[in-house]
Design a protein around this ligand. Structure first.
Ligand SMILES: [Zn+2]
Length: 362
């Protein structure tokens, strides 16, 4: 039995609607569905966090100390919720079963609880048992007043400590105070996951199709899509594999990387601007890039879609890059070919190196 003190993220993903669900008579179907959904939760959080244990209808995981950006935590939570929702709806569509468990499917939903603090890691028979008052706190937080105050069935609740440690944008989140015996009053910020999911479904997709692309490149990476996404989405990580460019987050109208947000790229005394047109972690994103005239004589406005697909049960990723010059010229295919076969391969080689090294692969 080994113990170690640590500091980091604590996360519980809790399937709700389930307690009444197992109480029903058809245990077989309810167990089967629950096992599948818990597995889905583990698969979607595992690349960035470590599973401590299963707790009935919930998973408890942790990460730390410097494992994630606040925005990356939000994207992980939203993408996991979207995968959960899609799966539940698909099971529901494909079942003809009339049993109580299957009929209860529409009531199933998902809540996330995220805290940041200290914990003692105790290794018991291969499991990481976590101990400490912050571990108690996150478990107490699963009983709160958010649903009562807002009517939300699916949400992500962040403690004040989590918001501070992760530098989370809290604009528009529901603020609530919960009081717990021995732990005092805790301020929380909650995000309506169902609303975010429906907003995403309603947003028009912007994708460069194979037919309209002037160039395409497919690259496979030895890292899960969640990790590859972060190396493309985080400007700091991007600078590590695109040397010579200095990427920085520019405008963030919603406080987050989302449609309409911009990034700047400085190279020498030139600045290129990138506008996000579509953003769906960890499936794909589309950006419009205004490349400042540098070595070439005309400015180029380019639209690029990058699609990530999991390979080998989510352990590896196939990335498909497609670009299209927004004002097509006869040399557009040539420029796209140069971009993917002369300029980008240097960056791809660096990315392969990072993913091959255990220290930097997160
Ligand atoms: Zn059934």
């Amino acid at each position: 039995m080994a113990t170690a003190a640590a500091n980091g993220i604590l996360l519980i993903a809790d399937i709700s609607g389930y307690t009444s669900y197992v109480a029903s008579t058809e245990i077989e179907h309810s167990q089967q569905i629950l096992a599948e959904l818990l597995e889905l939760l583990i698969r979607h959080t595992r690349p960035r966090l470590t599973l401590s244990k299963l707790e009935g209808d919930a998973i408890f995981c942790y990460g730390g100390p410097e494992t994630m950006r606040g925005e990356a935590v939000l994207e992980m939570v939203e993408a996991t919720y979207a995968a959960f929702r899609t799966r539940v709806e698909s099971i529901q569509r494909h079942t003809t079963c009339e049993c109580e468990a299957c009929r209860a499917l529409p009531r199933l939903d998902l809540k996330f609880f995220i805290h940041h603090g200290q914990f003692i890691k105790q290794q018991v028979a291969g499991n990481h048992e976590l101990l400490g008052s912050d571990v108690n706190l996150i478990h107490r937080l699963t009983k709160n007043h958010v649903s009562e105050a807002t009517g939300w069935q699916a949400y992500a609740l962040f403690t004040e400590a989590a918001c501070r440690a992760l530098a989370l944008p809290t604009d528009g989140l529901h603020v609530s105070r919960e009081a717990y015996e021995h732990l005092g009053e805790i301020e929380t910020h909650s995000l309506n996951l169902r609303a975010r999911y429906e907003e995403m479904l309603a947003t028009r997709q912007v994708v460069v199709t194979p037919a309209e692309a002037h160039g395409q490149k497919v690259v496979e990476f030895a890292a899960p899509p969640q990790v590859v996404w972060e190396w493309f989405a985080d400007p700091h990580k991007r600078n590590l594999w695109q040397p010579g460019n200095i990427w920085s987050a520019a405008n963030r109208p919603t406080g987050r990387t989302a449609i309409g947000a911009t990034n700047h790229c400085a190279h020498g005394d030139k600045v290129s601007e990138e506008v996000i047109r579509d953003w769906r972690p960890y499936d794909y994103y589309t950006v419009d890039m205004h490349v400042h005239p540098g070595e070439i004589s005309h400015p180029i406005d380019n639209r690029e879609t990058i699609i990530l697909e999991p390979l080998d049960d989510g352990q590896r990723t196939r990335a498909t890059f497609r670009c299209r010059t927004l004002v097509p010229r006869f040399y557009s295919p040539l420029i796209a070919w140069m971009y993917y076969n002369v300029i980008m391969p240097k960056g791809f080689r660096l990315l392969h190196q990072y993913f091959a090294s255990p220290e930097t692969s997160a």
